[in-house]
Design a protein. Structure first.
Length: 259
């Protein structure tokens, strides 16, 4: 049997489902590396039709395939139900999607243009993530209203300055301990006061990030900033994120339908 070249295998479907699953490679000039990105293409959109998008950022030790491969078809169903192209990028494990190491710019300035050039897309993007990816989604989503129409963190790390694990000091550099990258500080909350985009934070009651998530909720309430919040039963694991992601997508969709 004739062997298929490796670069062509990237375009083959990876799972038997209605939505089509692809891996693409994105070369980063900023990071001088090439990264895989998993893309889920809804079956419910006619060929050539421009699609809205949903970016999903993975956790610290995972890869670009995590959201699609570990959620038992939930991501494919979301793609088909909401007719959205789902984009699962990576800047490598323990990247922490921040400005210190270039991982933030890679997502914003290299991944997004690559996806828009390769696929028929609309400039309507949701963004969500789990754990480290929750931190990234809240950071990138809140800071770039010109790129993202809704944003969510599932079990997100809110205050990375409190942690010395998961290679946070290495990723964020010397400023990490000062709280430079912590979320829901006064400047971020002030910016959210006039920001009407839907935003969601979800954290399980058995999650080790629960206290800092509750602190973020309290800070928002004190400032009169609306935050769609759920502290439901659950732990810091894929069983929890698999059940919660469809609720995030529905929250985003319902909010957009009310506009």
């Amino acid at each position: 049997m004739k062997k298929i070249p490796a670069h062509l295998l990237l375009a083959l479907p990876l799972a038997a489902s209605a939505a089509k699953v692809e891996d693409v490679e994105i070369k980063s000039e900023k990071l001088q590396k090439t990264f895989k990105c998993r893309v889920v293409i809804p079956d419910t959109v006619p060929a050539g039709t421009k699609m809205a998008q949903f970016y999903l950022l993975h956790g610290a030790s995972d890869k670009s395939d995590a959201w699609q491969s570990k959620t038992g078809g939930a991501v494919e169903k979301i793609a088909d139900d909401y007719k959205r192209l789902i984009v699962c990028p990576t800047a490598g494990p323990f990247s922490w999607y921040n400005s210190n190491n270039g991982s933030e710019d890679f997502i914003l300035k290299e991944v997004i243009p690559f996806i828009d050039a390769r696929y028929a897309t609309l400039p309507d993007r949701w963004i969500a993530g789990n754990s480290m990816g929750g931190f990234g989604a809240l950071r990138l989503g809140s800071g770039h209203p010109e790129l993202f129409s809704a944003f969510a963190g599932l079990s997100p790390c809110i205050t990375p300055s409190k942690w010395k694990t998961w290679e946070i000091p290495k990723a964020m550099g010397k400023d990490y301990a000062s709280g430079t990258f912590d979320l829901f500080k006064p400047a971020m909350i002030e910016a959210l006061k006039n920001d009407k985009r839907p935003r969601v934070v979800i954290c399980g009651k058995a999650d080790f990030f629960l206290a800092e998530n509750q602190g973020a909720l309290t800070a928002c309430k004190t400032a009169g900033v609306e935050l769609n919040w759920r502290d439901t039963e659950g732990a810091h694991d894929w069983a929890y994120w698999t059940t919660q992601l469809p609720l995030v997508a529905k929250t985003f969709n319902d909010a957009e339908a009310q506009k």
